[in-house]
Design a protein around this ligand. Structure first.
Ligand code: SF4
Length: 403
């Protein structure tokens, strides 16, 4: 059985380190100004160089997202940074625009082109068209079933990648003007305000002016466009058998906790499949899904992977994101008898917390006392500070804490 690459989002440097720590084979990340997640943090050119060096030292891969739909002025700016990017030798660049593809082929021919899901590739003719155009990998549109994906893989001469987890659009793989129309923020330039998740109350048919069809379902109104999140975990065996090259987790704007735990769960699922087989994997699915629901989510759907999404793929009642655990911080040092925790939240003595580390390690800990790094006892640990917890913990550096 050939296990596909596990590809995780890296909104910034520390999320990249966490993704690799928890088992990602590769990350995708954005350059400031040029990716479709303009609010994700993203990397400067200097940070990008460091990130690629860091990843390659671990024998991991970095793909750069250059998938905005650019104006002529953007093309000029992009052209000016291409020599620098080219020299860094990233493992791929994710593009969506034919002009950018032409530019990169001309000015940076050593860069391996990955076609973004924004190109909506759904059929083998498109796959071979883009292959002939110099594209080495296609991130398939999300509107495909596992059978259709298998069929495309069997006919494709280039690598194919599929999304397995994360937020979904109600538009065709992100091609949407709802956000631009409602809030002036252009989803095609990385600024989506998620207007599809807002509350909509009435529907008017064009020919029946002033005649409103109520679509309200209860006092909360109705969220007619509000898709649940993609979760392909139960379909991992079928996706692995399809021969697809890469499995992608969405979420460059999501937290360190999301990146670490989601990567850990899918790595665990793939390891079970490889080492223990499908029956053991099926047994593990409920536990793995439980763990996925401990990080921010809107409920789960397999979307198009099992055919046309059914009515239960949407959350019509509310757009609330479930986030049952508060992220506490990251373990930055471990010694005999203590760990240092970089806090992202308040920590008080007496609280029960959970330490999470790669390999699906979960460790419940009752905090007896919180100390600063000079071992002075604190009333509580403040977000942003580094605190010491005494004890012999299994989790190590790079592990995460939550409560
Ligand atoms: S508004 Fe919704 S459908 Fe449109 S791009 Fe944003 S998330 Fe996707």
């Amino acid at each position: 059985m050939k296990i596909p690459e596990l590809l995780a989002p890296a909104g910034n440097f520390s999320k990249m380190k966490t993704a690799f720590h928890f088992g990602a084979d590769a990350v995708y990340l954005g350059l400031k100004h040029f990716s479709l997640r303009n609010f994700a943090g993203n990397f400067s050119l200097e940070e990008l160089e460091e990130a690629i060096r860091f990843a390659h030292n671990l024998d991991k891969k970095v793909y750069i997202t250059l998938n905005m739909i650019p104006l002529s002025s953007d093309i000029k700016e992009l052209s000016s940074i291409l020599p620098a990017i080219s020299k860094m030798e990233p493992d791929g660049v994710i593009v969506a625009d034919p002009g950018v593809i032409a530019l990169l082929r001309r000015e940076a021919p050593n860069l391996k082109l990955h076609l973004s899901t924004q190109a909506n590739t759904l059929n083998s003719e498109s796959v071979s068209f883009w292959g002939d155009a110099g594209v080495k990998r296609i991130v398939l549109a999300r509107e495909l079933s596992v059978d259709q994906i298998s069929d495309l893989v069997s006919k494709s001469k280039i690598e194919l990648e599929v999304f397995i987890h994360g937020a979904l659009c109600i538009s065709y793989s992100g091609r949407c003007f709802l956000s631009l129309y409602m809030s002036g923020r252009d989803a095609n330039r990385g600024e989506c305000s998620q207007s599809c998740r807002w509350q909509y109350r009435v529907l008017e048919e064009a020919e029946r002016k002033g005649e409103y069809f109520p679509i309200e379902e209860d006092d909360n109104g109705s969220y007619i466009f509000n898709s649940k999140d993609l979760c392909a975990l139960p379909l991992l065996p079928e996706l692995v058998s399809s021969g697809v090259h890469s499995l992608k987790i969405e979420g460059r704007m999501k937290s360190l906790h999301y990146v670490g735990i989601t990567t850990d769960v899918y790595r665990r699922g793939l390891d079970i499949l490889l080492n223990e087989g499908k029956a053991a994997f099926r047994m593990a699915v409920p536990q793995l899904i439980r763990e996925l629901s401990r990080v921010s989510n809107r409920g789960f759907t397999t979307n198009f992977l099992k055919g046309k999404p059914q009515v239960d793929s949407y959350n019509f009642d509310e757009c609330a994101v479930s986030n049952p655990y508060a992220f506490l911080g990251e373990i930055v040092e471990k010694n005999n008898g203590h760990i240092l925790l970089h806090l992202k939240n308040t920590l008080r003595p007496g609280e029960t917390i959970e330490l999470c580390d790669r390999g699906f390690l979960r460790e419940e800990v009752r905090v007896v006392s919180v100390m600063d790094t000079d071992e002075n006892t604190l009333d509580f640990g403040r977000s942003g500070t580094i605190v010491r917890l005494n004890g012999n913990f299994q989790a190590g550096i790079g592990g995460l804490a939550r409560k």
